[in-house]
Design a protein around this ligand. Structure first.
Ligand SMILES: Cc1ncc(COP(=O)(O)O)c(C=O)c1O
Length: 427
């Protein structure tokens, strides 16, 4: 094939539109109009909110308690609070995730402790958990990133052996399963984000929103009491003393309730979730099949019991510079972009090497804070998580495709294959 576009040759493909799927605008407008006309913005047991809760309960079937929240971050704060995370505790979380996986525990006074990745799946490495467990470890955060389900069996085994709670961060992976069970229903608590709008936002996008899930009545009641005062059913739902003593007039630490408008948009997104998940998977498989012989670009693997889904943002690939004469992933991606296709970057850096976690930082003027050097915070430093440190710089990503235009997948593959074929010209 001809010269690389990055070096002045013709582009391999050209698309003015990369996605033809559209949300059901009419249903969104109808539900929101109903809420606006009824002036029913706050959730007092509105039928649309109840339908949303019911539909989400079906998504995480087997989960008894499902509680909508105002965003994913607040859902994680609630999740950590539910399992008892508090001042002086430690929470283990993989270094490669979005900060909201673990920062909510810091709000409650806990210190983040970062663990390594399985370099084949980019998920939390279950084999690296024990090393970081101390008498202060209260919870393990399990982020199922970009649709990839973590290996929950060994994680739960370690957690149970040490009496540590598991908080699943399901923000990217609505509809994914492990061993036949929906994610969010396996750990002690499951936390979903609904930030953004389908198709580019979270798989169930609701503007801003989240959902807390658990099978543990005690955890559910703690979350209700924590952030849901004035919820329509709170007086009958709180059954455990001393929570039963709380009244809306005397209680209200923080407020995490979702609005009905968000839940209406989330409900419409739930309608199309299965279709979108299926199409994204089919399209990934088709594209990956067309680039299967590109040795420098390998898809992430998934665990035998995992049924990945949701696929927020993208599908990650691992670039192997050694199979491309030492070419950098950035240069490879730039060359693919010049061909008219899209190959994104690594999304997140490892937090243990990123400020303020690499240096420590006080949150208050007098030096206090859970990662404050004055309070004894010792950064983990380079070399502490070798697998993550090696693989993160080589992460690339394909875009999410639901109903791409005709020829888009083939165009992407042609662009990637052209660059892989001519990599020597880039050295
Ligand atoms: C992995 C992960 N966890 C938690 C969150 C927090 O969700 P929210 O933005 O709804 O607060 C996000 C948001 O992008 C996320 O990517």
């Amino acid at each position: 094939m001809s010269q690389l576009a990055l070096l002045g040759g013709p582009k391999a493909c050209s698309f003015d539109r990369v996605e033809t799927w559209e949300p059901d605008y009419e249903r969104e407008i109808a539900l929101c109009s109903q809420i606006i006309r009824e002036r029913a913005f706050s959730n007092t047991g509105h039928p649309i909110a109840l339908e949303f809760e019911q539909r989400f309960r079906e998504l995480v079937s087997g989960t008894e308690f499902v509680l909508p929240q105002n965003n994913g971050t607040s859902t994680l704060i609630a999740g950590y609070f539910a399992v008892g995370v508090g001042p002086g505790d430690e929470v283990i979380c993989p270094t490669y995730t979005w900060i909201c996986s673990f920062a909510p525990a810091m709000v409650l006074g806990a210190k983040p402790v970062f663990c390594d990745l399985d370099p084949e799946t980019l998920c939390l490495d279950p084999a690296d958990l024990e090393r970081w467990i101390t008498p202060r470890t209260r919870a393990i955060c399990v982020p199922h990133l970009f649709g990839s389900v973590c290996d929950l069996d060994p994680i739960m085994e370690v957690a149970r052996a040490h009496g540590i709670a598991v908080v699943e961060d399901c923000s990217h992976s609505h509809g994914a399963r492990y061993d036949g069970k929906p994610i969010g229903s396996i750990g002690d608590v499951g936390c979903f984000s609904m930030q953004g709008a389908s198709p580019s936002g979270k798989p169930v996008g609701a503007g801003e929103g989240g959902v807390f899930c658990t099978n543990n009545r005690h955890y559910y009641e703690r979350v209700l009491a924590f952030g849901h005062f004035n919820r329509y059913n709170i007086s009958t739902e709180l059954t455990e003393p001393p929570l039963t003593e709380l009244t809306t007039a005397t209680w209200g630490m923080i407020k995490f309730r979702a609005t009905n408008l968000s839940l209406a948009i989330g409900l419409v997104a739930l309608d199309s979730l299965e279709y979108r998940n299926r199409r994204i998977k089919e399209n990934y498989d088709a594209l990956l099949g067309l680039i299967a012989d590109v040795e420098c670009l390998r898809p992430v693997k998934s665990y035998p019991k995992a049924e990945n889904a949701g696929f927020y943002g993208n599908l990650r690939l691992i670039f192997h510079p050694e199979a491309a004469g030492g070419l950098s992933p950035e240069r490879f991606a730039a060359a693919v972009a010049a061909e008219g296709a899209s190959l994104g970057g690594r999304n997140y850096d490892g937090y243990h090497l990123t400020s303020p976690f690499s240096t420590g930082m006080a949150f208050y003027d007098d030096g206090r804070g859970v990662i404050s050097p004055q309070e004894g915070y010792v950064p983990q430093g380079p070399g502490s998580l070798p697998k993550a440190e090696k693989v993160i710089p080589n992460i690339l990503a394909l875009p999410t495709m639901i109903d791409p235009p005709d020829g888009y997948i083939e165009g992407m593959a042609t662009a990637i294959r052209k660059v892989a074929h001519h990599y020597r010209d880039l050295l």
